[in-house]
Every structure is written in structure tokens, then in C-alpha cells.
Design a protein around this ligand. Structure first.
Ligand SMILES: Cc1cc2nc3c(=O)[nH]c(=O)nc-3n(C[C@H](O)[C@H](O)[C@H](O)COP(=O)(O)OP(=O)(O)OC[C@H]3O[C@@H](n4cnc5c(N)ncnc54)[C@H](O)[C@@H]3O)c2cc1C
Length: 275
């Protein structure tokens, strides 16, 4: 299929982009185009006007501070995968990026686009929620910061205003005493996750965090599972904690999905506590 007709304009700077976003044309942002273009072709995402932000240099900037790294929204999955940008996640972001889709998609797909879309099965929303990342949003009138956890409200549903764009993603540097576990189940290599979990464990800081993604909704922060991980609970107690988290999430998971999610959570927890 071919897309419905649309107008195309390219922004030269963030200021230029947000001014165009606040105009009556209400253009839709185009970044790497890896999700939006197929959706336009299938006529699943009607857009009368596209605003291409892919040539804005500020959105490719990376700023490393002692406590956090700020990644411009246009940083591609490949840049993380190839180590072309600094990593403060003890290698988790690099590993996660390398497991998104195929290399061709990764060379154009951007972290900002992936988070803005909030596809429930997408990798970055789960990874950045686990890493307690913050988003920098900007419009013609306001700049604001919001955690990715608060930003993602449901499947393809976020706190992004029509006149806003994601300027950057700020990821706190993780202590080197922290260990991570990553488990993703896909039907075929390069496809979206059926279930994925990130587990973080830092025994020195007495910190743990477990986030389950690909739930058909926003990623679930698994508080009881995290407590069980930190407390060194046995497998039965961990399963009970996971079950309780799944129950509290109020998702109506099928029996098969429940088993699948329990499996990725257990695998990620095991990996995080193995090192
Ligand atoms: C075959 C295939 C397999 C894939 N598999 C996976 C996978 O396994 N895991 C995964 O996570 N992803 C997967 N993807 C998606 C891929 O990661 C995309 O790159 C990503 O979802 C969107 O990034 P993009 O830069 O291409 O955004 P675009 O497609 O350009 O835009 C996506 C949406 O985000 C909005 N947007 C983009 N940038 C911004 C911004 N800075 N501020 C505000 N709004 C913005 C757009 O308006 C649009 O609504 C797959 C894609 C394909 C085609």
C-alpha cells in the first residue's frame, strides 16, 4: 500500500521544530522512520503533515556528567550497540540495543523515536524504565523533565503533548557494584519481544529493581520480585512474588503469557545474581 498524501518539512534546529509543532498544521514528527513509515504505508497512522527532525544536530549530542549521561533523542540503536556513545549502564544498554530488530533497522531507528512511540513490546521503554531514566521534553513555551516510567502510560499512549518533542534521554550512571540480568523471548530473531525482563541487583547498595516489558501495556515495575531478589529468596518464593506482582498489575494475562512472563523474570533475576 502507499501512504495517503502528506506535506513534508524538515526542521533545522530544536527551536525551529517546536515552532513548527505549535503551528496549526500540527505536523507529526519523523525521526528514523522505522516505525512511522511502515505505519503510514499501511495507513495505520494518518498524518497530513510530517516534520523531519533527523537533521537537527542538537538532537545527536551526548553529554556525559559525573552522575548521568544525556543522550540526544536521535542517537541510533547502532550507536549504542557499537559503543559509539558512552555507556553508564555497565553494558546493559549496549546489549539491549544489539538485540533490537535487525541491523538495518538499528542503523536508522532512534532511542527517542522508540520511547515516543511506546510500542508495548519495544525494548527501550523497558530498559530505560529499569535504569530510572528521565526524558527532557520541549515545546515552544516550556521545557520539562519526566521519568520514562511516568511518561509511558499504556500501549502507544504517553504523556507527550502534541506540541512537544523528546529532546534527550538522561540515564543515571549505575554504580559498578550493580549487576544486570536481561531476558527477552522472541518468536524469531529480530522480532518484537513476547516477553522481556530487566533485573538490576546491587548487594553493596541493597538495591534491586525488576521491570517486565512486552505486557501489552506499559512495562510493569515488579516490586515484590525485586524484594525477593534482594532478599535472596528461593525459587518458590520468587515465583510467588512474581505472581503477586502480575496479579497487582491488573492485566488479564492468559495462562501461557503468565508462564512466559514468569520465565523471563526468573531468568533475568538469576542472571543478575550470578555475577
Ligand atoms: C522490522 C522491524 C522490527 C523491529 N523490531 C523491534 C524490536 O525488536 N524492538 C524494538 O524496540 N523496536 C523494534 N522496531 C522499531 C524500531 O526500534 C524503531 O526504530 C523505533 O520504534 C522508532 O524509532 P524511529 O526513530 O524510527 O522513529 P519514527 O518511526 O520516525 O517515529 C516513531 C514515532 O515516534 C515519534 N517520534 C520520533 N522521534 C520523536 C521525538 N524525538 N520526540 C517526539 N516524538 C518522536 C514519531 O512521531 C512517531 O509517532 C522494529 C522496527 C521494524 C521496522
Amino acid at each position: 500500500m502507499k501512504p495517503a498524501p502528506f506535506t513534508y518539512e524538515a526542521a533545522a534546529s530544536v527551536r525551529d521544530a517546536v515552532e513548527r509543532l505549535s503551528s496549526s498544521a500540527s505536523p507529526r514528527i519523523l525521526a528514523g522512520g522505522q516505525s512511522l513509515v511502515p505505519m503510514l504505508n499501511l495507513r495505520l497512522a494518518p498524518a497530513d503533515a510530517l516534520l523531519d527532525i533527523s537533521r537537527i544536530p542538537e538532537l545527536r549530542a551526548v553529554e556525559e556528567r559525573p552522575d548521568a549521561i544525556r543522550y540526544g533523542a536521535l542517537i541510533t540503536h547502532t550507536a549504542f550497540e557499537d559503543g559509539a556513545v558512552p555507556d553508564g549502564s555497565n553494558g546493559l544498554m549496549r546489549h539491549a540495543a544489539a538485540n533490537i530488530a535487525y541491523r538495518a533497522v538499528r542503523t536508522r531507528g532512534t532511542i527517542g523515536g522508540a520511547i515516543a512511540l511506546a510500542d508495548p513490546a519495544a525494548d527501550w521503554i523497558t530498559v530505560t524504565i529499569a535504569l530510572e531514566a528521565m526524558l527532557h521534553l520541549t515545546s515552544a513555551t516550556e521545557k520539562r523533565r519526566i521519568s520514562v516510567q511516568d511518561f509511558v502510560r499504556g500501549p502507544y499512549f504517553t504523556a507527550l503533548g502534541d506540541d512537544e518533542l523528546i529532546e534527550a534521554i538522561e540515564v543515571p550512571k549505575r554504580p559498578d557494584t550493580e549487576r544486570w540480568g536481561y531476558s527477552k523471548v522472541v518468536v524469531k530473531t529480530g522480532e518484537y519481544a513476547e516477553s522481556m525482563t530487566i533485573a538490576l541487583l546491587d548487594k553493596a547498595r541493597k538495591f534491586s529493581r525488576v521491570v517486565l516489558g512486552a505486557t501489552d501495556g506499559a512495562p510493569i515495575v515488579m516490586a515484590e520480585a525485586a524484594a525477593a531478589l534482594l532478599g535472596g529468596a528461593d525459587e518458590d518464593a520468587k515465583k510467588a512474588a512474581i505472581s503477586s506482582d502480575l496479579m497487582r498489575s491488573k492485566h488479564d494475562f492468559s495462562a501461557a503469557k503468565r508462564i512466559l512472563h514468569t520465565t523471563t523474570v526468573l531468568r533475568a533475576m538469576k542472571q543478575s545474581s550470578a555475577a
